[in-house]
Structure formats: C-alpha cells, structure tokens
Design a binder for this molecule. Structure first.
Ligand SMILES: N[C@@H](CCC(=O)N[C@@H](CS)C(=O)NCC(=O)O)C(=O)O
Length: 200
C-alpha cells in the first residue's frame, strides 16, 4: 500500500491509522503546487481531485477522502478496535464525528492557511472554530475520547486538525490540550510525527 501525503496535512490522520493497525505501507510525498509525487509521477493521475490523502492498494485501486480511507483501514484490521463494526449502530456515531470534524473543523481552517483568503472570511472561520472548540471542550469534559472510553478514528482525525491551531495562533483550552496530550503519547502517533519530520 502507498499513502500519498504532505507532512503535517490531514494525510497525517490515515498515516497514524496505518501505524496503529500495524499495516505495511510506503509513504509517498506529494508536491501539491506542482501536482507531482516525490518520484515525479503526475499526482492527478492518482487522485484527480488533486489533494491529499490518497491510499493506493497493492492491486492499484485508489481510495480517496480521509474518512473513507481510515474506515477502510479500520475494517481491514478490526482487532485494532479503531471503529465499531459496520453493522453496529455505534458506527453511525463514528461517522457523525468524522463528518463533523471534516466539515465543521478541518474545512474551517482552510481560509486561515490561504494567503489569498479575504479578511472577512478569515474572521468568520476563526469565530466558527472558537465555537467548535468550545463545544468539543464540553463534550470531552465528560469522557476521555469522542466515542467514550475508547480511542477511535475520530480522535486521530481530531488530533490532526486541532494540531493546526497553534500554527494559526488559536488558543486551545487546557482540557483540549490534555486530550491532545493523551493522543500524542501513543507510540503510533509519535512514530507518524517523526516520519513526517514533525517530532524529534
Ligand atoms: N475532503 C478531503 C479534503 C482533503 C484536504 O483538504 N486536503 C488538503 C490538505 S489538509 C490539501 O491537499 N489541499 C490542497 C488542495 O486542495 O489543493 C478529505 O477529507 O480527504
């Protein structure tokens, strides 16, 4: 398997999942501006949507969209316990969190990383993010992880996007910082950060 990634981008979420489940994989860095892989291949030929992540299976099949990739990996390795079984009603709670993180948190960061975004758009994103952070803080005050006592795909995705807060000078509450610390302490997370050049 190959994971197409950019260091520190949302592709870090499937990268952590690959390590959590103990899969064998190669990392392929992508130059998003040039739409080329580090080996010079046309990235649009791999993911015509032009963004990371993309996971290429050994048979050549490509899976795109972070939430789909991580659920595929969790379902291939159910013993890792990162997702309720597809037939379990709890699976919809996981999908609800993945959707919330993708649409209400991840995408609110986009204007803050875009030098061409209008100030009004950035201000609206900051306001929306502060509201989402306050909500997450309340949710996580009652339990260690989004799904309750059990660490899941949702925590991995949230860890990655909340990690961007410091880059855009948004403060996280002590509760959210403690939550990130719990996840950062996992060996798979440390290994992924190290492999992407984000930790010593
Ligand atoms: N809906 C996509 C969004 C992926 C996404 O936003 N990727 C960013 C990095 S975090 C990217 O590659 N942006 C570059 C671009 O859109 O050209 C997913 O969830 O996988």
């Amino acid at each position: 398997m190959k994971l197409f990634y950019v260091p520190g981008a949302c592709s870090l979420s499937p990268h952590i999942v690959l390590r959590e489940v103990g899969a064998r994989f190669d990392l392929v860095k992508v130059d998003l501006a040039a739409k080329k892989t580090e080996h010079g291949a046309d990235y649009l030929g791999i993911n015509p949507r032009g963004y990371v992540p993309a996971l290429q299976l050994d048979d050549g099949t490509v899976i795109v969209e972070g939430p789909a990739i991580v659920q595929y990996l969790a379902d291939q390795h159910p013993s890792a316990g990162l997702a309720p079984a597809p037939t379990d009603r709890q699976r919809y709670e996981l999908q609800s969190w993945l959707t919330f993180i993708g649409t209400e948190v991840h995408k609110q960061f986009s204007p803050l990383f875009n030098p061409n975004a209008a100030e009004a758009q950035k201000t609206a994103s900051v306001q929306a993010l502060k509201t989402r952070f306050a909500y997450l803080e309340r949710e996580l005050a009652a339990r260690p992880y989004l799904m309750g006592p059990t660490y899941s795909l949702a925590d991995i995705y949230l860890f990655v996007v909340l990690g961007w807060a410091s880059y855009v000078k948004l403060e996280l509450s002590p509760g959210l910082q403690a939550y990130l610390g719990r996840i950062a302490g996992r060996p798979a997370v440390q290994a992924a950060l190290k492999a992407e050049g984000l930790a010593g």
